[in-house]
Design a protein around this ligand. Structure first.
Ligand SMILES: NC(=O)c1ccc[n+]([C@@H]2O[C@H](COP(=O)([O-])OP(=O)(O)OC[C@H]3O[C@@H](n4cnc5c(N)ncnc54)[C@H](OP(=O)(O)O)[C@@H]3O)[C@@H](O)[C@H]2O)c1
Length: 375
């Protein structure tokens, strides 16, 4: 692997590395859990990424089959890529960077070995998102075996952690519900115009959030057309939402978070209810707060007036955009919204955005295709 460094000179005249482009040619990428929905979206996005070559794609169930056997939309894109078993030796010998898309508790066993071999890791599973080790037992029911890495991992939300991502070796991408909720609330939390101890978040999410493996609740006749609250007593994603909002505000933030499964396949919509602490806020002030906070963000769109004047996931399907908006409710509360495609800005697209930042590429590389409409 050939490292390429771009240097600048600091205030004292000392050279410092600002970008390690990792390789002058293509970055070799492995995808662990490539047969699932997040893995399929990574393969789709990376198929046209100009600086990446996918060299390893794992699936135990589909080992030996071409990746297009499962991801039929990718016929012709990877004529020579077949699923293989998960092998640390193969990953370390054939990859510079690995994406991990496995269910909880798998990555914490694989990732330390990949990092020790000098690879970079972008983890889409929850294994390195939470900084407090006890949260893993509480929310995920397993004892974490790589505690030292919890403090080293960077939470993969570029809008909050862009500078840390540039220096990261291990990126822990957020959950899709958490991405939508945090992006809807960030300008309100930072500007401290709402009561941070009473935040109510309601998320509607499509069926692909639950992954490819079917169960009784996700089987089509049971799942189609539902409007079903779930994990009402406490959903895992609330832990990372509170962690990140606490970090932003430096005060105690408390959140009630209730997700609802809806009949769509893709999409997540966060509707966040907050109570104003200041009487001097009107809709123009809210618009300015959001516009200022997200100015220059390549994937945040602030929804204006017109026929479709609130964020709706149907308008971002297939893209890495997050559509946001906040409106006043009778001068006493603010309702803020964020709509994303759970598999793109909520998973694979955000992971590629993070990878681009980590490798010093243009953040938008491979991610500029517009949303589909109608879907
Ligand atoms: N779906 C979403 O909207 C979304 C959004 C953000 C984050 N995520 C997170 O991303 C991860 C993947 O989600 P998904 O929806 O893509 O799940 P999925 O469709 O169920 O895919 C899971 C993948 O992991 C592999 N896998 C399962 N157990 C494994 C093991 N023990 N060792 C190695 N590989 C294993 C599976 O392949 P084999 O069993 O064939 O090996 C499959 O390729 C999860 O942690 C999820 O929480 C998902």
């Amino acid at each position: 692997m050939v490292h390429f460094y771009i240097y600048s000179v600091d205030r004292l005249g000392k050279p410092e590395i600002i970008v390690d482009t990792l390789s002058v040619s293509m970055v070799k990428v492995g995808i662990v859990g490539a047969s699932g929905y997040a893995g399929g979206e990574l393969l789709r996005i990376l198929s046209i990424h100009p600086r990446v070559e996918v060299t390893v794609a794992t699936s135990r169930e589909f080992k030996g089959k071409p990746v297009s056997y499962v991801h039929v939309n990718l016929r012709r894109y990877y004529p020579n890529l077949k699923f293989t078993d998960v092998s640390i030796d193969e990953l370390t010998s054939r990859c510079d960077l690995v994406f991990i898309n496995t269910p909880p508790s798998i990555s914490q066993k694989i990732t330390p070995k990949l990092l020790e071999s000098g690879l970079k890791v972008v983890d889409l599973s929850p294994d390195f998102r939470l900084k407090n080790p006890e949260d893993y037992e509480k929310w995920y029911g397993f004892q974490h075996e790589a505690l030292d890495l919890l403090q080293k991992s960077v939470y993969g939300l570029p809008e909050l952690h862009r500078e840390e991502l540039r220096r990261a070796e291990l990126i822990a991408c957020p959950g899709c519900n958490a991405t939508a909720s945090i992006l809807a609330l960030t300008p309100l939390v930072e500007s401290k115009i709402v009561d941070l101890e009473h935040v109510v978040v309601d998320v509607k999410v499509g069926s692909s959030e639950a992954g490819r493996k079917p169960n009784l609740g996700s089987h089509h006749p049971e799942r189609a057309n539902v409007m079903r609250p779930y994990s009402v007593e406490g959903h895992r994603h609330v832990a990372e939402i509170i962690q990140e909002l606490n970090h932003l505000s430096r005060d105690k933030v408390d959140v009630i978070f209730v997700p609802h499964a809806v009949g769509a396949v893709r999409g997540a919509l966060a509707s966040c209810h907050t109570w104003l602490t200041s009487q001097d806020v009107d809709n123009n002030a809210l618009r300015r707060i959001y516009a200022r906070r997200y100015s220059g963000e390549p994937f945040i769109r602030i929804v204006g007036e017109g026929l479709f004047k609130y964020p709706d996931p149907i308008n971002v399907v297939g893209s890495n955009y997050a559509d946001v908006k906040a409106v006043l409710y009778e001068k006493k509360a603010v309702i803020s919204f964020c709509a994303i495609d759970n598999l793109v800005k909520g998973a694979a697209g955000q992971a590629v955005q993070c990878m681009n930042i980590m490798l010093g590429f243009d953040e938008k590389m491979g991610l500029e295709s517009p949303p589909l409409r109608p879907v």
